[in-house]
Design a protein around this ligand. Structure first.
Ligand SMILES: C[S@@+](CC[C@H](N)C(=O)[O-])C[C@H]1O[C@@H](n2cnc3c(N)ncnc32)[C@H](O)[C@@H]1O
Length: 277
């Protein structure tokens, strides 16, 4: 069915999306928003965007439709070993140094936050990278918190099952160590093995949350390819909150197309898209 999205209605959704999850959409995104929200109109049987807006903001007190709306608006592009230089840095610099200093202080805990983890490729890559240095069940307590605003994409991440071609570029030895072959709907897939899944906790978390609820700092944070959707003010606030979640010398990884150079922050630049507290 064809629906009409007026400029005024677009503006209503634009503000709602910005206020709720920080994604800043210019008028050039009107057709994209229309196409993505049309799916919800079709699904709910609601006939106009205006009625849909009222449903989301006034009628649906459960907030479930707002979650659906955000699920449809978010862009979830990701990949295994995306921006490989970050994983090279983890392998050659950060993880050996961190593990040796923690061994010395007898603190065998590693805490990693993968903020905006999308469908899981990024946290599973982090887990595989950690296992290059720490073997499963050898006395280390490793936890990766993987969060995203989209419940739909988190469900996919928790399933941990991927079409085989998504792992085409990962060396076969690495794939066979960490994934099992499974058949899903007659398609050959790989499923993450329990030792990967066991160290990752997937949770819905909105990066716009005013006070981050984490009691303990993370050794490092990955927040890649999401700040690009936020305006400068939102990025400033978020980067300050990340700073507060890291110990001295902790690292923040952002996407290579992102930069902290325009944000007001106390991080030291280490390498492209890598910053240290
Ligand atoms: C393009 S993906 C990036 C995935 C991964 N970090 C990577 O670099 O491959 C951006 C993700 O950010 C999530 N996202 C957008 N706004 C968010 C918010 N306010 N809080 C948490 N996640 C958000 C989206 O749902 C999406 O999964």
């Amino acid at each position: 069915m064809q629906y009409v999205l007026s400029d005024k209605e677009f503006e209503m959704f634009r503000s709602l999306i910005y206020d709720t999850c920080g994604i800043s959409l210019g008028i050039s995104k009107k057709e994209l928003v229309k196409a993505r929200l049309t799916k919800r109109l079709n699904k709910t049987g609601i006939k106009t965007f205006n009625e849909y807006y009222n449903f989301v903001t006034k009628i649906d007190k459960s907030g479930k439709e707002l979650i659906q709306l955000l699920d449809h608006i978010s862009t979830n592009k990701t990949d295994f070993f995306r921006e490989k230089k970050h994983f090279d840095f983890l392998n050659t610099n950060l993880l050996p140094a961190l593990i040796s200093s923690k061994e010395q202080s007898r603190n065998r805990k590693l805490r990693i936050w993968c903020a905006a983890s999308s469908s899981g490729e990024e946290p599973y890559t982090l887990a595989m990278t950690v296992f290059n240095h720490i073997k499963p069940n050898n006395g280390w307590d490793v936890k990766i918190l993987a969060t995203d605003i989209s419940t739909r994409i988190l469900q996919k991440a928790m399933d941990g099952t991927y079409k085989m071609d998504l792992l085409n570029d990962v060396p076969p030895g690495i794939v066979s160590s960490h994934f099992s072959k499974v058949l899903v709907d007659n398609a050959n897939c790989y499923m993450a093995k329990p030792h990967l899944k066991d160290i990752i906790t997937f949770r819905r978390f909105n990066l716009m949350t005013e006070q981050f609820p984490f009691k303990h700092p993370f050794d490092f944070i990955f927040c890649r390819n999401v700040m690009i959707y936020f305006d400068q003010e939102t990025q400033n606030t978020l980067v300050k909150k990340f700073y507060g979640c890291l110990p001295k010398n902790g690292y923040l990884f952002i996407g290579h197309s992102e930069t902290l150079s325009k944000t007001d922050n106390d991080f030291k630049y280490k390498q492209p898209a890598i910053y240290q507290k």
